[in-house]
Ligand binder design. Structure first.
Ligand code: SF4
Length: 330
Protein backbone atom coordinates (compact mmCIF):
# COMPACT_ATOMS: atom_id res chain seq x y z
CA UNK A 1 0.00 0.00 0.00
CA UNK A 2 1.26 3.53 -0.78
CA UNK A 3 2.08 5.61 2.20
CA UNK A 4 -0.36 8.51 2.34
CA UNK A 5 0.89 9.47 5.76
CA UNK A 6 4.24 11.16 5.83
CA UNK A 7 6.66 11.19 8.72
CA UNK A 8 6.35 14.52 10.47
CA UNK A 9 8.33 16.09 13.30
CA UNK A 10 6.44 19.39 13.34
CA UNK A 11 3.24 18.29 15.09
CA UNK A 12 1.46 20.88 17.20
CA UNK A 13 -0.29 20.15 20.47
CA UNK A 14 -3.62 21.13 18.87
CA UNK A 15 -3.18 18.62 16.04
CA UNK A 16 -2.37 15.76 18.41
CA UNK A 17 -5.26 16.80 20.67
CA UNK A 18 -7.63 16.60 17.71
CA UNK A 19 -6.43 13.10 16.81
CA UNK A 20 -6.52 11.93 20.44
CA UNK A 21 -10.03 13.25 21.09
CA UNK A 22 -11.71 11.69 18.04
CA UNK A 23 -14.58 9.26 18.60
CA UNK A 24 -12.78 6.06 19.61
CA UNK A 25 -13.75 3.86 16.67
CA UNK A 26 -12.80 6.60 14.18
CA UNK A 27 -9.45 6.90 15.92
CA UNK A 28 -8.87 3.13 15.80
CA UNK A 29 -9.82 3.03 12.11
CA UNK A 30 -7.39 5.84 11.28
CA UNK A 31 -4.61 4.22 13.30
CA UNK A 32 -5.25 0.81 11.72
CA UNK A 33 -5.03 2.43 8.28
CA UNK A 34 -1.73 4.14 9.06
CA UNK A 35 -0.46 0.90 10.56
CA UNK A 36 -1.12 -0.94 7.30
CA UNK A 37 0.71 1.69 5.25
CA UNK A 38 3.88 1.30 7.29
CA UNK A 39 3.89 -2.20 8.75
CA UNK A 40 2.78 -5.71 8.05
CA UNK A 41 -0.29 -5.92 10.32
CA UNK A 42 0.14 -9.68 10.70
CA UNK A 43 3.46 -9.29 12.47
CA UNK A 44 4.17 -8.55 16.11
CA UNK A 45 7.66 -8.04 17.45
CA UNK A 46 8.37 -10.31 20.39
CA UNK A 47 10.86 -8.88 22.85
CA UNK A 48 12.14 -10.55 25.96
CA UNK A 49 13.03 -8.41 28.94
CA UNK A 50 15.40 -9.65 31.61
CA UNK A 51 16.19 -7.84 34.83
CA UNK A 52 19.96 -8.18 35.12
CA UNK A 53 20.13 -6.18 38.38
CA UNK A 54 17.03 -5.84 40.50
CA UNK A 55 15.96 -3.42 43.22
CA UNK A 56 17.94 -1.21 45.57
CA UNK A 57 17.65 1.80 43.27
CA UNK A 58 18.38 5.24 44.75
CA UNK A 59 15.77 7.01 42.60
CA UNK A 60 12.23 7.77 43.82
CA UNK A 61 10.06 7.00 40.75
CA UNK A 62 6.72 6.75 42.53
CA UNK A 63 5.45 3.87 40.38
CA UNK A 64 8.48 1.64 40.83
CA UNK A 65 8.87 -1.28 43.20
CA UNK A 66 12.64 -1.25 42.72
CA UNK A 67 13.21 2.05 44.49
CA UNK A 68 15.08 1.25 47.73
CA UNK A 69 13.08 3.79 49.73
CA UNK A 70 9.73 2.01 49.28
CA UNK A 71 8.80 -1.06 51.31
CA UNK A 72 7.92 -3.56 48.62
CA UNK A 73 8.28 -7.32 48.40
CA UNK A 74 10.83 -7.14 45.62
CA UNK A 75 13.90 -9.26 46.12
CA UNK A 76 17.10 -7.32 45.56
CA UNK A 77 19.46 -9.10 43.17
CA UNK A 78 23.01 -8.06 42.28
CA UNK A 79 24.19 -7.92 38.65
CA UNK A 80 23.80 -11.38 37.10
CA UNK A 81 26.81 -13.29 35.75
CA UNK A 82 27.37 -12.86 32.02
CA UNK A 83 26.90 -16.60 31.27
CA UNK A 84 23.49 -16.58 33.00
CA UNK A 85 22.33 -13.67 30.87
CA UNK A 86 23.58 -15.27 27.64
CA UNK A 87 21.75 -18.50 28.53
CA UNK A 88 18.51 -16.52 29.02
CA UNK A 89 19.06 -14.78 25.67
CA UNK A 90 19.55 -18.11 23.89
CA UNK A 91 16.33 -19.40 25.41
CA UNK A 92 14.48 -16.24 24.36
CA UNK A 93 15.74 -16.67 20.80
CA UNK A 94 14.66 -20.32 20.76
CA UNK A 95 11.17 -19.22 21.87
CA UNK A 96 10.76 -16.77 18.96
CA UNK A 97 12.07 -13.46 20.36
CA UNK A 98 13.97 -11.20 17.99
CA UNK A 99 14.94 -8.64 20.61
CA UNK A 100 16.49 -9.13 24.03
CA UNK A 101 16.37 -6.29 26.54
CA UNK A 102 18.51 -6.16 29.66
CA UNK A 103 17.42 -3.89 32.48
CA UNK A 104 19.45 -2.77 35.48
CA UNK A 105 17.91 -0.74 38.31
CA UNK A 106 20.59 1.92 38.30
CA UNK A 107 20.24 5.69 38.51
CA UNK A 108 23.03 6.03 35.99
CA UNK A 109 25.83 4.04 34.46
CA UNK A 110 29.16 4.27 36.27
CA UNK A 111 32.47 3.48 34.62
CA UNK A 112 33.25 0.45 36.75
CA UNK A 113 33.49 -3.35 36.53
CA UNK A 114 29.72 -3.74 36.44
CA UNK A 115 29.58 -1.66 33.29
CA UNK A 116 32.42 -3.74 31.80
CA UNK A 117 30.31 -6.81 32.51
CA UNK A 118 27.29 -5.27 30.78
CA UNK A 119 29.50 -4.55 27.77
CA UNK A 120 30.41 -8.28 27.67
CA UNK A 121 26.72 -9.20 27.89
CA UNK A 122 25.90 -6.90 24.97
CA UNK A 123 28.66 -8.52 22.87
CA UNK A 124 27.47 -12.02 23.78
CA UNK A 125 23.79 -11.39 23.03
CA UNK A 126 24.69 -9.64 19.80
CA UNK A 127 26.68 -12.71 18.72
CA UNK A 128 23.49 -14.77 19.07
CA UNK A 129 21.96 -12.66 16.29
CA UNK A 130 19.41 -10.94 18.52
CA UNK A 131 18.73 -7.22 18.57
CA UNK A 132 20.23 -6.13 21.87
CA UNK A 133 18.58 -3.46 24.00
CA UNK A 134 19.58 -2.11 27.41
CA UNK A 135 17.99 0.11 29.99
CA UNK A 136 20.57 1.17 32.55
CA UNK A 137 19.56 4.67 33.60
CA UNK A 138 21.33 7.86 32.66
CA UNK A 139 24.19 7.60 30.22
CA UNK A 140 26.97 9.90 28.99
CA UNK A 141 27.83 10.13 25.31
CA UNK A 142 31.10 8.23 25.88
CA UNK A 143 29.27 5.39 27.63
CA UNK A 144 26.73 5.28 24.82
CA UNK A 145 29.57 4.98 22.30
CA UNK A 146 31.06 2.04 24.25
CA UNK A 147 27.70 0.29 24.17
CA UNK A 148 27.31 0.98 20.46
CA UNK A 149 30.76 -0.43 19.75
CA UNK A 150 29.84 -3.57 21.70
CA UNK A 151 26.86 -4.05 19.36
CA UNK A 152 23.98 -2.41 21.24
CA UNK A 153 21.03 -1.92 18.89
CA UNK A 154 18.61 0.01 21.12
CA UNK A 155 18.57 1.87 24.40
CA UNK A 156 15.40 2.26 26.43
CA UNK A 157 14.86 5.47 28.34
CA UNK A 158 11.21 6.34 28.86
CA UNK A 159 9.93 9.86 29.27
CA UNK A 160 7.46 8.33 31.73
CA UNK A 161 5.03 11.28 31.58
CA UNK A 162 4.73 14.88 30.42
CA UNK A 163 7.34 17.50 31.24
CA UNK A 164 4.72 19.40 33.30
CA UNK A 165 3.74 16.40 35.42
CA UNK A 166 7.23 14.92 35.74
CA UNK A 167 8.11 16.36 39.15
CA UNK A 168 4.92 14.91 40.64
CA UNK A 169 6.23 11.44 39.83
CA UNK A 170 10.00 11.69 40.27
CA UNK A 171 11.98 14.22 42.29
CA UNK A 172 15.48 12.74 42.04
CA UNK A 173 16.04 13.71 38.39
CA UNK A 174 14.52 16.05 35.84
CA UNK A 175 12.74 15.70 32.53
CA UNK A 176 15.77 17.43 30.95
CA UNK A 177 18.04 14.68 32.33
CA UNK A 178 15.85 12.23 30.42
CA UNK A 179 16.11 14.15 27.17
CA UNK A 180 19.84 14.52 27.61
CA UNK A 181 20.37 10.74 27.84
CA UNK A 182 18.15 10.18 24.79
CA UNK A 183 20.27 12.70 22.88
CA UNK A 184 23.48 10.92 23.95
CA UNK A 185 22.04 7.61 22.71
CA UNK A 186 21.17 9.20 19.36
CA UNK A 187 24.60 10.78 18.96
CA UNK A 188 26.19 7.35 19.45
CA UNK A 189 24.08 5.90 16.60
CA UNK A 190 21.99 3.61 18.82
CA UNK A 191 18.25 3.40 18.14
CA UNK A 192 15.96 4.91 20.75
CA UNK A 193 13.21 3.16 22.69
CA UNK A 194 11.17 5.73 24.59
CA UNK A 195 7.57 6.00 25.69
CA UNK A 196 5.71 6.34 28.92
CA UNK A 197 3.21 5.16 31.47
CA UNK A 198 -0.43 6.05 31.86
CA UNK A 199 -2.38 5.77 35.09
CA UNK A 200 0.03 7.87 37.18
CA UNK A 201 -2.69 10.42 37.92
CA UNK A 202 -1.88 12.52 34.85
CA UNK A 203 -4.51 14.27 32.71
CA UNK A 204 -5.24 13.64 29.04
CA UNK A 205 -3.36 16.90 28.45
CA UNK A 206 -0.26 15.32 29.99
CA UNK A 207 -0.64 12.24 27.78
CA UNK A 208 -0.92 14.41 24.69
CA UNK A 209 2.03 16.51 25.81
CA UNK A 210 4.20 13.41 26.26
CA UNK A 211 3.29 12.20 22.77
CA UNK A 212 4.07 15.67 21.43
CA UNK A 213 7.58 15.53 22.93
CA UNK A 214 8.20 12.12 21.34
CA UNK A 215 6.67 13.00 17.96
CA UNK A 216 8.59 16.26 17.61
CA UNK A 217 12.02 14.78 18.32
CA UNK A 218 14.30 15.31 15.29
CA UNK A 219 13.95 11.55 14.76
CA UNK A 220 11.06 9.60 16.28
CA UNK A 221 12.06 6.88 18.72
CA UNK A 222 12.21 3.65 16.72
CA UNK A 223 10.31 2.00 19.54
CA UNK A 224 7.58 3.58 21.69
CA UNK A 225 6.45 1.55 24.71
CA UNK A 226 3.03 2.45 26.08
CA UNK A 227 2.65 1.13 29.60
CA UNK A 228 -0.32 0.98 31.94
CA UNK A 229 0.69 1.50 35.54
CA UNK A 230 1.40 -1.84 37.20
CA UNK A 231 0.39 -1.06 40.77
CA UNK A 232 3.05 -2.33 43.15
CA UNK A 233 2.16 -2.65 46.84
CA UNK A 234 4.35 -0.39 48.95
CA UNK A 235 4.81 2.32 46.29
CA UNK A 236 3.09 5.72 46.53
CA UNK A 237 0.86 4.85 43.56
CA UNK A 238 -0.27 1.42 44.79
CA UNK A 239 -3.88 2.56 45.20
CA UNK A 240 -4.26 4.35 41.87
CA UNK A 241 -7.26 3.10 39.87
CA UNK A 242 -6.66 0.42 37.23
CA UNK A 243 -6.13 1.88 33.76
CA UNK A 244 -9.12 1.30 31.53
CA UNK A 245 -8.19 -0.59 28.36
CA UNK A 246 -9.89 1.99 26.14
CA UNK A 247 -7.49 4.59 27.52
CA UNK A 248 -4.59 2.36 26.48
CA UNK A 249 -6.18 1.90 23.05
CA UNK A 250 -6.59 5.67 22.64
CA UNK A 251 -2.98 6.24 23.61
CA UNK A 252 -1.63 3.50 21.32
CA UNK A 253 -3.73 4.67 18.37
CA UNK A 254 -2.56 8.27 18.73
CA UNK A 255 1.07 7.17 19.05
CA UNK A 256 0.66 5.04 15.89
CA UNK A 257 -0.74 7.97 13.89
CA UNK A 258 1.83 10.59 14.95
CA UNK A 259 4.85 8.22 14.76
CA UNK A 260 3.88 5.91 11.90
CA UNK A 261 7.21 4.21 11.36
CA UNK A 262 7.86 3.40 15.03
CA UNK A 263 7.21 0.10 16.72
CA UNK A 264 4.47 0.83 19.23
CA UNK A 265 4.86 -1.53 22.13
CA UNK A 266 2.01 -2.71 24.31
CA UNK A 267 4.03 -3.04 27.50
CA UNK A 268 3.23 -3.21 31.22
CA UNK A 269 -0.37 -3.86 32.12
CA UNK A 270 -1.05 -6.73 29.70
CA UNK A 271 -1.52 -9.17 32.57
CA UNK A 272 -4.75 -7.38 33.48
CA UNK A 273 -6.06 -7.47 29.90
CA UNK A 274 -8.06 -10.21 28.27
CA UNK A 275 -7.09 -11.49 24.81
CA UNK A 276 -9.95 -9.43 23.41
CA UNK A 277 -8.65 -6.26 25.02
CA UNK A 278 -5.15 -6.93 23.70
CA UNK A 279 -6.62 -7.55 20.25
CA UNK A 280 -8.04 -4.00 20.29
CA UNK A 281 -4.57 -2.70 21.12
CA UNK A 282 -3.13 -4.57 18.10
CA UNK A 283 -5.98 -3.22 15.96
CA UNK A 284 -5.06 0.30 17.14
CA UNK A 285 -1.50 -0.17 15.89
CA UNK A 286 0.47 -1.86 18.65
CA UNK A 287 2.97 -4.19 17.00
CA UNK A 288 5.31 -5.21 19.76
CA UNK A 289 5.01 -6.94 23.10
CA UNK A 290 7.28 -8.09 25.88
CA UNK A 291 7.15 -11.68 26.85
CA UNK A 292 9.40 -13.92 28.88
CA UNK A 293 9.96 -17.36 30.29
CA UNK A 294 9.76 -16.00 33.84
CA UNK A 295 6.27 -14.57 33.36
CA UNK A 296 7.30 -11.24 34.83
CA UNK A 297 8.02 -7.86 33.34
CA UNK A 298 10.98 -6.84 35.49
CA UNK A 299 9.25 -7.16 38.85
CA UNK A 300 5.54 -7.20 37.93
CA UNK A 301 3.49 -10.09 36.48
CA UNK A 302 3.30 -10.54 32.70
CA UNK A 303 1.86 -13.28 30.49
CA UNK A 304 4.30 -16.11 29.74
CA UNK A 305 5.66 -16.89 26.29
CA UNK A 306 3.47 -19.95 25.59
CA UNK A 307 0.33 -18.04 26.55
CA UNK A 308 1.40 -15.23 24.22
CA UNK A 309 2.15 -17.56 21.31
CA UNK A 310 -1.29 -19.08 21.72
CA UNK A 311 -2.88 -15.60 21.66
CA UNK A 312 -0.97 -14.62 18.52
CA UNK A 313 -2.10 -17.84 16.90
CA UNK A 314 -5.75 -17.15 17.77
CA UNK A 315 -5.49 -13.63 16.35
CA UNK A 316 -3.70 -14.73 13.17
CA UNK A 317 -0.55 -12.85 14.13
CA UNK A 318 3.01 -14.07 13.89
CA UNK A 319 6.35 -13.12 15.45
CA UNK A 320 8.20 -10.48 13.47
CA UNK A 321 11.68 -10.85 12.15
CA UNK A 322 14.10 -8.16 13.31
CA UNK A 323 12.46 -4.71 13.48
CA UNK A 324 14.95 -3.22 11.03
CA UNK A 325 13.72 -5.63 8.33
CA UNK A 326 10.05 -5.19 9.10
CA UNK A 327 8.90 -1.84 7.69
CA UNK A 328 6.74 -2.18 4.59
CA UNK A 329 8.34 -0.73 1.42
CA UNK A 330 10.70 1.47 3.40
S1 SF4 B 1 12.13 3.20 37.39
FE1 SF4 B 1 14.31 2.77 37.20
S2 SF4 B 1 15.30 4.64 37.96
FE2 SF4 B 1 13.18 4.70 38.73
S3 SF4 B 1 13.28 3.74 40.78
FE3 SF4 B 1 12.77 2.13 39.30
S4 SF4 B 1 14.73 1.21 38.75
FE4 SF4 B 1 15.17 3.19 39.69
Amino acid sequence: MDKKTKLRNDWTKEEIEKIFNQPLLELIYQAATVHREWHNPEEVQISTLLSIKTGGCVEDCSYCGQAARYHTNIKVQALLPTETVIAHAQKAKDSGSSRFCMAAAWREVRNNRDFDRVIDMVKGVNELGLEVCCTLGMLTEEQAIRLQEAGLYAYNHNLDTSEQYYEEIISTRTFDNRINTINNVRKAGITVCSGGIIGLGETNGDRISMLLTLATMPKHPESVPINALARVAGTPLENNPKVDTWEMVRMIATARIVMPSSMVRLSAGRIEMSETEQAWCFMAGANSIFTGERETLLVTPNPGVSEDMQMLNTLGLKPMRKAEEALVNS
